[in-house]
Design a protein around this ligand. Sequence first.
Ligand code: HEM
Length: 474
Amino acid sequence: RPRPLPPGPKGWPIIGNIFDIPKEKAHIAYMEMAVKYGSDLLYLNMAGTSMLILNSVEATNDLFVGRSTLYSDRPRFPMICELMGWDYNFGFIPYGTRWRKSRALFIQLFSPSNLKTHEKPLMQESVHVFLNRLLDTPKEFEDHMRFLSGGNIISSVYGIVANDFHHPHIELTKKLSMNFRKLQYPGWIPGARFKRKAADERKTVEEMIRQPLEFVKRNIASGTAKPSMASRALQQMQDDGSWSEDKENLLMNALGSIYAAGADTTSTATSTIFLALVCNPDILKKGQAAVDAVVGGHDRLPDLVDEGKIPYVDAIVMEGLRWRPVIPLGIAHHTASADIYKGYYIPADTIVMGNTWAILHDPATYGEDVDQFRPERFLNPDGTLNSTIPYPDAAFGYGRRICPGRVFAHSAVWLTVASLLACFDLSKVSDKDGVAIEPSTDSVDGFFSYPRPYECNITPRSKSIEKMIRQSVS
Ligand code: HEM
């Protein structure tokens, strides 16, 4: 080894730093370790496997962006891929030809013109259904948010109009995402019972990606297919004679990746903002006034044409992504060969993680009160967006692996938040003595970080708004 390894705890022979791997809130523990060792690079050895945690934008930019050829691979995910069967999902596969083809197909399916013509109108419809569900059964608001994202994606991808939370395709994804949430990350060694269950899951995963595509194919054959990414892509292959089994499999996996990667992440981001609005009545009021000023009081519901015109809503969305990032340690990258950075030696086969939490909670970038939910940090005193405070990009990952669904996700969350603000008052519930119960703002952390269950009051802002919500679905 020509140079020293990056700083980190000393560790033991053979087992290395196994005892230094945090059991919970790893993102915070790594951020604190980095401060302790006075370095944005933190190196740990997990019984022979090297792990490098990057705790600054400078390091993630230098390595994931500047040296992307070297830092865009994925490590092996034995639990997720080999046992649970998630290797269909191009988010977890190595940097190579199959990944490149899948990602190119994704970019084609999500082209700006497709987003505008097909996906955004569907988003609008899904949000209207969501608002009606909130009116009907407000106590089930968490399920409604999950259904909103799942239903929106399933209709975009497969043209399946799921008007029931218990629709078989939604049920399948719910089951998978619950198991996925249980995964701890990283360095978590599951027990034998979980491993047995995970092996059963392979079959469910296969069903989740095969069944909906078969459904679309049957409907195309009978002339009843609703327009969707799947139907358009299959139709195009048929029209230009390019169909092959390989191409259909690539499509099946890419569509499955979109469905699996997009639903839970977007609903988690929305749930976090929802929680922040319940806990901060002043921000809720300011948001409502900002939406009313542009949407025009109570004449219509917000629309995606309003996107970009209400800076306070953008600021709320950005603050939600920053305050409680959905994937606080990102998805691990991997280096196939050795490297030298800032004078340190980075061995080949190192797992490299961007500490998204540390980056988005850096007081030098976002201010001393980084633990508070404060959308104003993204605004100038006159209410316009402050271009010197960076968009929380890190929430979507890094370099060539950065989330390809981020534009779609931002719009989906934006429209949901603008619509919530336009339509509902949210408040804390009170105990029997009339004292407001503070919901916990501490998240449940695993691979994803999501709010703990809580109760709140959700009421329409006026009779006329309630009527407009009812009329928005035919
Ligand atoms: C707020 C919502 C979302 C968040 C916070 C989020 C976050 C992320 C993160 C952190 C990564 C890993 C990036 C890396 O490796 O450095 C990722 C990858 C990915 N995301 Fe998202 N995502 C969201 C929504 C979506 C949506 C709506 C879709 C699909 C429409 C999607 C599709 C994907 C895919 C396919 C990958 C794998 C990319 C690759 O490995 O090349 N995501 N996302």
